[in-house]
Design a protein around this ligand. Structure first.
Ligand code: 6PG
Length: 238
């Protein structure tokens, strides 16, 4: 798996915005729409801000349909909400065709079931074929809300689950590995020294995926990786 390494988080964010725009143009040209699942957490915020600032006229936004890889069990206006992050940084600024938030304010099992219905309504395929799923990783190797040693890791028969995360004393709503692996493209954005050990283990180690769930993400052709120099500091740069 090759990793594109950028000197700074800002360079990473600019490159990720460019990649998003390229992939959107390709999907829209081929299929008339771009179905993307956005990454949560803090890393992608600057990418979303750059898209809103520099790509307002360069992306056919009404043909872009926005989903989420995971969500915290909080209301949509909560500071921890992945939807709020995306709304503030991007969705309030560009006229996307549709936005599909996970309903973090609802009981998580109900939110997961609603999201399955939302996916089934939007995608004709049995398994959603996202044009792009953007993901991050935690220092513990989690991705989306697939955390080490949690029940969601082994789920193969459901697309979205409520996933209790004891170490965070919370439950998250998350796409499961089969959906991540059905994507046409997956792009990981990784920044900061705190991710260096996990990134090395995911890309070069032989630890069990249950310990580093990002290893479960193996779409056809493998995922793409974009990292800043700090996060890539322990890998053999490609
Ligand atoms: C979330 C994300 C999660 C995130 C990583 C990295 O809801 O938190 O989906 O998987 O991508 O935890 O988060 P940071 O970008 O904040 O380091």
């Amino acid at each position: 798996m090759s990793v594109k390494v950028f000197d700074t988080p800002e360079d990473l964010a600019a490159a990720a915005a460019g990649a998003f725009a390229e992939k959107a143009a390709e999907a829209i040209a081929r299929r008339g729409r771009f179905a993307v699942a956005l990454a949560g957490g803090s890393t992608p915020r600057s990418t979303y801000e750059i898209l809103a600032r520099d790509y307002a006229g360069a992306v056919d936004w009404p043909r872009v349909h926005v989903f989420f890889g995971d969500e915290r069990t909080v209301p949509p206006d909560h500071e921890d909400s992945n939807y709020r992050t995306a709304r503030e940084a991007l969705l309030d600024h560009v006229p996307v065709g549709s936005v599909h938030p996970m309903r973090g304010e609802l009981p998580p099992e109900e939110a997961a079931a609603l999201y399955v219905r939302d996916l089934r309504t939007f995608f004709e395929e049995e398994l959603p074929a996202f044009d792009l799923i953007m993901l991050g990783i935690g220092g513990d190797g989690h991705t989306a809300s697939l955390f080490p040693e949690t029940s969601a890791l082994g789920v193969t028969d459901r697309m979205v689950v409520a996933n209790p995360v004891p170490k965070l004393d919370t439950t998250r709503i998350t796409l499961t590995a089969p959906v991540l692996n059905a994507a046409r493209e997956v792009l990981f954005l990784v920044a900061g020294e705190g991710k260096a050990e996990a990134l090395k283990e995911i890309l070069e180690g032989d630890a069990d995926p249950r310990e580093y769930p990002a290893k479960l993400v193996q779409p056809p052709g493998g995922p793409g990786w974009m990292a800043d120099r700090a996060a890539a500091s322990r890998i053999k740069e490609s």
